[in-house]
Design a protein. Structure first.
Ligand code: COA
Length: 370
């Protein structure tokens, strides 16, 4: 037995949810470019769960359920108030989502209908949890979700307590579409491994949040912003990047395990970053990002991934950087839950083997002789 480090190139599941073939990403066979241009995030979530785009009444039905479940139990809000000062936002999300299960009487109901409904509940509640956490840590009271509005609108509304601008809602909605699913990425795999033991959907999503938190995965968008802040201005880009590359440092937001010729989602975020920059009259983050891309692609051949331009987009929307990865989770919970439902439909325990490289024929030595 020899191990394939990082499971690179290993096909670990069959799935009909999303595909990456020859560098093209599709959700249920529909090109991500088409969806990014035309679909709303709610349509995409429906597509991922049910395998087809919703008609008007199906979409209205989903909206009603999202409205019905968007509020979170008071107990969870009270718990968030007890989190220590300075709690990491993804750690807070991981804990709060795990705790939501305690207040859902159907948490351990494994019927397909109950699990489908829990997928919608999680999608409805995750934005509420993130917004509540953000306000509480800023010393403010959470804002209750509004009815009959999109997830993008509701999140911005709950975060700020104000009606969001249409352009901000549209940009966030498109970002949510772009992040919704991505084949067997690390967090989705973590979710599938967890529920393949026939554990519940909350456990699967909690595992996924833990995996998404890391800087090699969802945490990269926040790390990109840390880098942009460290660089500080367009004039400093060249020196900073040349120095980082010379010291063999990783440049966050570049490279990908699957795409070697560019991430098809990045161009949409790049365009969004440019348009938002123009609109707000502040192009510096966009221009810095373009210059970083020129240098990193020119010297290393590495292309930006989905996280790179997300950083300037979210910052221009006025979103604090420690909420970037939670926003990724707000979107990706649609994909995680679709994969969890798919795993339940044709389940087999996921239990690979390890290539043992430790000592052999070792003997127990009594403690006095060690
Ligand atoms: C995404 C990522 C984890 C993929 O990892 P991987 O498939 O294991 O690829 P590797 O880390 O083995 O990279 C292959 C080579 O490219 C280099 N490389 C990869 N990403 C790099 C980056 N962002 N900056 C600089 N060099 C990078 C590696 O150092 C390695 O070089 P080497 O062969 O000289 O050692 C990796 O590209 C990365 O860490 N990127 C930054 C984090 C990030 O943006 N994550 C979000 C992914 S959507």
């Amino acid at each position: 037995m020899t191990a394939t480090k990082g499971l690179e190139g290993i096909v670990a599941a069959s799935s009909s949810i999303s595909s990456i073939i020859d560098g093209v990403l599709t959700y249920r066979g529909i090109n991500i470019d088409d969806l990014a241009e035309n679909a709303t995030f709610e349509e995409v979530a429906y597509l991922l769960w049910y395998g087809k785009l919703p008609n008007r009444s199906e979409l209205d039905g989903l909206q009603q359920k999202l409205d019905q479940y968007a509020a979170i139990p008071n107990q969870v809000i009270e718990q968030i108030k007890l989190y220590p000062k300075g709690t990491n936002s993804m750690a807070a999300l991981r804990t709060a989502i795990s705790s939501l299960a305690l207040y859902d009487e159907s948490a351990n109901d494994m019927s397909p209908e109950a699990n489908q409904l829990k997928a919608i509940k999680l999608q409805a509640q995750l934005p509420t949890v993130v917004a509540a956490f953000a306000r509480i840590r800023d010393g403010k009271e959470p804002v209750a979700p509004k009815q009959g509005v999109s997830i993008a609108y509701n999140f911005l509304y709950m975060l700020t307590g104000e009606e969001p601008a249409e352009v901000a809602v549209k940009a966030l909605d498109q970002a949510l579409v772009l992040h919704a699913d991505h084949e067997l990425n690390a967090s989705t795999f973590a979710a599938r491994v967890t529920v393949a033991t026939l554990s519940d959907i909350y456990s699967g999503v909690t595992s996924a949040i833990g995996a998404l938190k890391g800087p090699l995965h969802g945490g990269a968008n926040e790390a990109v912003m840390v880098m942009l802040e460290e660089i500080g201005s367009l004039a400093n880009v060249e020196g900073y990047i040349n120095n980082a590359l010379a010291n063999k440092q990783k440049i966050m937001g570049f490279g990908h395990r699957v795409y070697k010729d560019g991430d098809p989602r990045a161009k949409h975020l790049q365009q969004m970053s440019r348009e938002l920059g123009k609109l707000t009259g502040n192009m510096e983050l966009y221009e810095m990002s373009i210059k970083i891309e020129d240098l990193v692609t020119g010297q290393k051949g590495l292309k930006p991934n989905v996280d790179f331009y997300s950083a300037s987009v979210y910052t221009t929307l006025g979103i604090p950087r420690d909420l970037f990865t939670p926003i990724f989770a707000i979107s990706r919970v649609s994909g995680w839950s679709a994969h969890i439902l798919e795993q339940y439909q044709d389940n087999r325990l996921i239990r690979p083997r390890a290539d043992y490289v430790g000592p052999v024929n070792a003997k127990y030595i009594p403690i006095e002789q060690r």
